[in-house]
Design a protein around this ligand. Structure first.
Ligand SMILES: C[C@@]1(CC(=O)O)c2cc3[nH]c(cc4nc(cc5[nH]c(cc(n2)[C@H]1CCC(=O)O)[C@@](C)(CC(=O)O)[C@@H]5CCC(=O)O)C(CC(=O)O)=C4CCC(=O)O)c(CCC(=O)O)c3CC(=O)O
Ligand SMILES: NC(=O)C1=CN([C@@H]2O[C@H](COP(=O)(O)OP(=O)(O)OC[C@H]3O[C@@H](n4cnc5c(N)ncnc54)[C@H](O)[C@@H]3O)[C@@H](O)[C@H]2O)C=CC1
Length: 212
């Protein structure tokens, strides 16, 4: 059984071995999430060659153990099971975490399928049992949790911060936060506008008092 974690890839050095379709998918994900990527492969797909991104380095060479120097994570994405196994073994001896795209059981981590709605992340995985089931579930969830959830999450973050900055008790805040999480985007916008105008009123009152 694997453990779902949210991992901060900003500025991590990731070596992707292989330059085919699966490597391309992984590299796009890695770049989107802030990683520095080195891709090593004798053949590199046109899709990959067309990515214009300073954080991506393409090296047209066969894999070699020396390429693991200064690497934080490795994706073994070649079409050779024997080579992917060798890469995993090399990583293990250097205590580098490795994902084998052809063998989840021999991987330190695997990639779920992910839906992003601003700060809301939905992640689905069957641990390799059925990537097609994952795709179907992701399609269902994407329709239910549509783009409006980005604003909903952002509004909730602001309202939560404002509640914590106020003087209400912890219990009161918990009740309010629970209720807010069930509100629609329209209701949340209204609540935020109310809070902001009442804060302005308070500030105005303080200004008045200071003047007198
Ligand atoms: C462990 C994992 C990899 C990891 O992260 O390490 C893994 C492993 C393997 N996949 C294989 C095959 C296929 N994978 C897909 C598709 C996807 N695979 C993805 C993830 C994962 N696949 C991880 C587990 C996720 C989970 O289980 O939920 C998705 C969700 C995300 C992504 O890859 O970005 C992506 C959806 C893309 C999208 O949404 O577009 C399709 C369908 C298609 O391509 O349309 C097929 C063909 C059908 C079939 O074979 O079922 C094989 C056999 C290879 C062989 O034949 O040798 C292995 C190896 C093995 O099973 O041993
Ligand atoms: N995780 C997943 O979602 C999926 C995984 N797979 C697995 O992933 C493997 C790769 O799939 P694709 O990318 O479609 O294959 P592909 O054939 O498009 O790419 C393989 C890449 O490995 C490179 N390669 C071969 N020898 C190498 C070496 N010595 N050093 C460095 N690179 C080398 C090739 O040049 C090529 O760029 C498949 O064999 C399959 O087992 C397949 C489909 C989905």
């Amino acid at each position: 059984m694997m453990t779902p974690l949210l991992f901060n890839l900003n500025n991590k050095m990731v070596l992707v071995v292989g330059g085919g379709q699966v490597a391309h998918r992984r590299i796009r994900t890695l770049l989107k999430n802030g990683a520095q990527v080195v891709c090593v492969s004798p053949a590199i797909s046109e899709n990959l060659c067309n990515i214009k991104e300073a954080r991506l380095t393409l090296i047209h060479e066969n894999y070699g153990k020396e390429q693991l120097t200064n690497i934080d994570l490795v994706i073994a994405a070649t079409n050779s099971r024997a080579l992917n196994r060798q890469i995993k073994t090399d990583c293990q001896s250097q205590k580098i975490w490795c994902n084998r795209v052809d063998d989840p059981d021999d991987s330190d981590f695997i990639f779920p399928s992910v839906i992003r709605r601003g700060d809301l992340t939905l992640s689905v995985c069957t641990e390799g049992a059925s990537p097609f089931l994952t795709k179907k579930i992701v399609a269902d969830l994407a329709a239910e949790y549509d783009e409006s959830y980005a604003e909903r999450t952002a509004l909730l973050r602001v309202l939560r911060k404002k509640l914590f900055a106020g003087t209400a008790s912890k219990e009161e805040n918990t009740e309010k936060l629970k209720a807010l999480s069930l509100c629609s985007v329209t209701e949340l916008r209204k609540k935020l506008a109310e809070i902001e105008s009442s804060v302005t009123d308070d500030e105005a009152t303080i200004d008045e008092l200071e003047k007198n």
